[in-house]
Design a protein around this ligand. Structure first.
Ligand code: ADP
Ligand code: MG
Length: 274
């Protein structure tokens, strides 16, 4: 690639799982905050019409005049859509309910699976855009719809949060099949960056069994860091703050710091291999 030596290259990660309530948004917010806390420049793209990442980062409705909807429809550029957050180094492209109509509005659009990719990286043949970030985390909706396909088409890799519950592995094969399809048709270099186990309950034997099963099935794709179920994590969004700001000492916050250092290690290895 034509980037001069010393330029840090941005890695784009889609945080995806078609199941709702598995910890996608919590992971995007707290991993993003943990990365920013160690000096990485981070952008979170809220690609869920529910806008939980925007709310959880304290960006109120009136701060969402330009949103991911406008970026997908080509009505705004990335830099126009980014708003600051209470965390230095952490920008957000917010979302609104409008996004739920984007799928239909894009049905006849050209390059409809590439809208986010074109916005983040530049259109093919044109100049490659240089993003002022080290990591872009895309918070996907709980579905394998066109929004998630846009995220996977734009991304270097997919990060999958998996809840430690009995049906954790069900649905994973569908997700992996989607990744293979995106790779075959839209984005050949899409990688599975890793699987992170979330909401692990120490007192529940099932959690331990699920974690062991997932590790034997997915091997070293699974992060060593396991995110525990932690009430401070679930309280934080109602204060419009990441758990890492709300209570940086709680076990959940510490787990996300540890996940961040693993992510940085994997990302650097992926960049070195590229
Ligand atoms: P998704 O984005 O996949 O739908 P969320 O990140 O919104 O999932 O999480 C679903 C719910 O579970 C939210 O209310 C969130 O606060 C809570 N939650 C997520 N992770 C944890 C955790 N580790 N401990 C306790 N509650 C959690
Ligand atoms: Mg969510």
């Amino acid at each position: 690639l034509s980037e001069s030596a010393g330029t840090r290259r941005c890695r784009i990660i889609a945080v995806a799982n078609q199941k709702g309530g598995v910890g996608k948004t919590t992971t995007a917010i707290n991993l993003g905050t943990a990365l920013a806390a160690v000096g990485e420049r981070v952008l979170i793209v809220d690609l869920d019409p529910q806008g939980n990442a925007s709310t959880g980062l304290g960006v109120e409705r009136h701060g969402r005049a330009i949103s991911s909807y406008h970026v997908l429809l080509g009505e705004a550029g990335v830099s126009e859509a980014v708003v600051g957050t209470i965390i230095p180094n952490l920008g957000l492209i917010p979302s609104t309910q409008d996004l739920s109509g984007a799928e239909i509005e894009l049905i006849e659009a050209e390059r409809r699976a590439f809208r986010l990719r074109d916005a983040l990286r530049g259109r093919p043949g044109g100049p490659r855009k240089r993003l002022d970030y080290d990591h872009v985390l895309i918070d996907c909706p709980p579905s394998l719809n066109l929004l998630t396909i846009n995220a996977m088409t734009a991304a270097d890799a997919v990060l999958v949060p998996l809840q430690c519950e009995f049906f954790a592995l069900e649905g994973l094969s569908q997700l992996l099949a989607t990744v293979r399809k995106v790779r075959a048709n839209l984005n050949p270099s899409l990688d599975i960056q890793g699987v992170v186990l979330t909401m692990f309950d120490q007192r529940n034997n099932l959690s331990g069994q699920v974690a062991a099963d997932v590790k034997s099935f997915l091997g070293d794709k699974v992060y060593e860091t396991i995110i525990p179920r932690n009430v401070r994590i679930s309280e934080a969004p109602s204060h419009g703050k990441p758990a890492l700001i709300y209570d940086h000492r709680c076990v959940g916050s510490r787990a996300y710091m540890s996940l961040a250092s693993e992510v940085i290690r994997r990302e650097r290895a992926a960049l070195a291999a590229a």
